[in-house]
Design a protein around this ligand. Structure first.
Ligand SMILES: [Zn+2]
Ligand SMILES: [Zn+2]
Length: 590
């Protein structure tokens, strides 16, 4: 589980990162702009023309107000038509002598690259140039992205229910693999690397299908499932283990099973051949060097579904080649139509190697042909999904978790593992009493503690990045799995930090700046720390902005350090009692 590792290393930073969005929602601008419902991204950033970025683009206003600007804070310019090309890392605009390093376009417009069809858009795009190419990133509604994936990945499904099943699978897949392009500054590319996106073919029906399942995701164990899909399994799906490798072996919903649906539609058998010479070249292009001249190819081992796992390729000597490598060598260098799947017999006929196979695609997860047959036979998309991903749960928000509520005098605990998490209640009570004692403030409300079973469930429910260990809204503290925090040695300090926040927020005079509230919590949690650091922010306004909407974990860390250091200095000069008084009655003018 890749994500878990990222979060674990970052958990050590929790006390600094642990409160990106705390404080009362009514006062908190961050909460108002959170881009999610139940933690789902509603807007996704998609890189268009990812594999072949264009050198030139043409834009034409479609209707209403179409505008562009040359930087985030630049003035809007009305757009009717605009032609541009990339020159090294600059954008050269036909009607404009000054080059731009970026363009932001909004409104309704058509965008045309090379000789492709015009793409109609009414969501904002950003254009940059790099190495003589234009890099176009669109910020589009999640459901428009899903409609585009349906256009790109399903061909022309007749059954609405099969399309709905695909919409859920595509959305879940996107959520599961959503971090692949995080370093590039966008969420998904438009190629099959992520999912094939064909925005030019989106129509009203695909939008309706995406919208009718909006936000629905397949969950397994608190995580969006790895919902692989393929064109035709040939009658038996493949165990995900063969393409996922070891780190995703916990995917019992991707087990091999018989599929009696797709075979009814026929058309699953195929024959093809490649010349020995082309095959040898294709293999060598992928780094598989057959000694001498390629003479024969034979199946060495099959998986339990019957698909080829290893082949023996013989020249002057024999070598063993994994079937996945063999297929991608032929696909990339000769054509993907030659070896449609790994389920085949192989024979050598003269100069040629002949294949007789069945199915199309890797065979893991949902068989699109079978889904279409199920849909046409009157099965619902829920039935289709539970047939191809058995054991997953369909829902909006983290599903598959059974919340249980435990109550003590002043703490309500929501957990999926009451036996393990029960001890958090007396711990929270003790820490709150200590906080009250150290500040002289009394907290009169109750405290709700919600402990998520996995980092992903926490992240999806709170909208926080995985490196945030906990967050507080009102008097509810939402925590990552307590075991993880305990293992990282940060459980008690995380909880103390969040409880101090509840205490501080419940007494803060309206309008108390954020740096003061955050800094006071950090100072109270660690009265001897944080005096050495200062000077990363040149104004209070910059510090406030960084605390409200940090652009990175690093910036948030610096902002916390700065807030803590400011409050610690005030404490040295005026004492803690004065700090608590200012919290309730307002900061002195200077
Ligand atoms: Zn991608
Ligand atoms: Zn099938």
């Amino acid at each position: 589980m890749r994500r878990m590792c990222v979060a674990l290393s970052a958990l050590l930073l929790f006390w600094i990162a642990g409160n990106a969005q705390s404080s009362r929602p009514s006062k908190d601008a961050t909460n108002a702009t959170t881009n999610s419902v139940h933690g789902f991204p509603q807007t996704v950033r998609v890189r268009l023309w990812y594999l072949r970025p264009p050198h030139e683009l043409k834009l034409r206003a479609d209707a209403g107000q179409t505008r562009y600007r040359k930087c985030a804070s630049c003035a809007d310019i009305a757009l009717t038509t605009l032609a541009m090309r990339a020159v090294a890392s600059k954008i050269q605009i036909d009607s404009d002598k000054a080059d731009a390093s970026e363009l932001r376009v909004s409104g309704s417009f058509q965008i045309t690259a090379l000789n492709g069809p015009p793409l109609r858009e009414d969501f904002p795009i950003e254009i940059r140039a790099s190495d003589g190419h234009l890099l176009v990133t669109a910020s589009m509604p999640m459901e428009e992205y899903i409609a585009g994936v349906l256009a790109g990945e399903t061909g022309n499904f007749k059954s609405d229910e099969a399309l709905k099943a695909m919409a859920v699978a595509a959305r879940t897949y996107a959520m599961h693999f959503g971090s692949r392009h995080a370093v590039d500054g966008f969420d998904f590319c438009d190629s099959t690397h992520c999912q094939n996106l064909r925005l030019t073919d989106v129509d009203a029906r695909l939008r309706r299908i995406a919208g009718s399942t909006a936000g629905e995701v397949l969950w397994y164990d608190g995580e969006p499932a790895a919902t692989y899909y393929h064109a035709h399994c040939g009658g038996t799906t493949e165990d995900g283990h063969y393409i996922l490798g070891n780190d995703e072996q916990r995917a019992p919903y991707l087990k091999q099973h018989a599929d009696t649906y797709c075979v009814r539609s026929g058309g699953n058998q195929w024959r093809s051949e490649v010349s020995k010479r082309d095959l040898q070249r294709a293999l060598s292009a992928e780094g598989v060097n057959v000694p001498g001249q390629l003479r024969s190819v034979a199946v060495l081992h099959r998986t339990s579904s019957g698909r080829v796992e290893f082949l023996t390729v013989t020249g002057s000597q024999s070598i063993t080649v994994p079937a996945l490598t063999f297929r991608s060598a032929i696909g990339r260098n000769i054509g993907w139509d030659r070896l449609k799947s790994n389920w085949y017999e192989v024979r050598v006929e003269g100069d040629h190697v002949a294949f007789h196979g069945r199915g199309s695609g890797h065979g893991v997860g949902m068989c699109q042909t079978g889904a279409e047959v199920m849909g046409e036979e009157g099965r619902s998309y829920r039935e289709i999904l539970s047939f191809y991903y058995p054991g997953t749960k369909l829902g909006v928000g983290a599903q598959g978790t059974q919340w249980q509520q435990l109550t003590s005098e002043d703490v309500e605990l929501f957990t999926t593992r009451p036996d393990r998490d029960r001890a958090l209640m007396p711990l929270a009570t003790r820490l709150m009493h200590e906080s009250e004692e150290s500040t002289g403030l009394i907290y009169s409300g109750g405290t709700k503690l919600k402990v998520y079973p996995t980092v992903a469930a926490f992240r999806d429910a709170t909208g926080e990045p995985g490196w945030v260990a906990a967050s507080t809204r009102g008097h509810t503290i939402r925590l990552q799995p307590a075991d993880l925090l305990r293992d990282a040695g940060t459980l008690e300090s995380t909880l103390r930090h969040e409880l101090l926040h509840i205490l501080v927020e419940s007494h803060a005079k309206a309008g108390t700046p954020r740096w003061y509230r955050e800094g006071l919590v950090l100072y109270l949690a660690q009265p001897n720390g944080g005096t050495q650091r200062s000077g990363s922010f040149d104004s209070v306004a910059a510090l406030e902005r960084a605390l409200r909407a940090p652009v990175s974990e690093q910036e948030l860390r610096e902002a916390y350090a700065e807030a803590q250091s400011r409050v610690a200095k005030l404490a040295q000069q005026h004492g803690k009692v004065a700090l608590v008084d200012w919290l309730q009655n307002g900061l002195p003018a200077q």
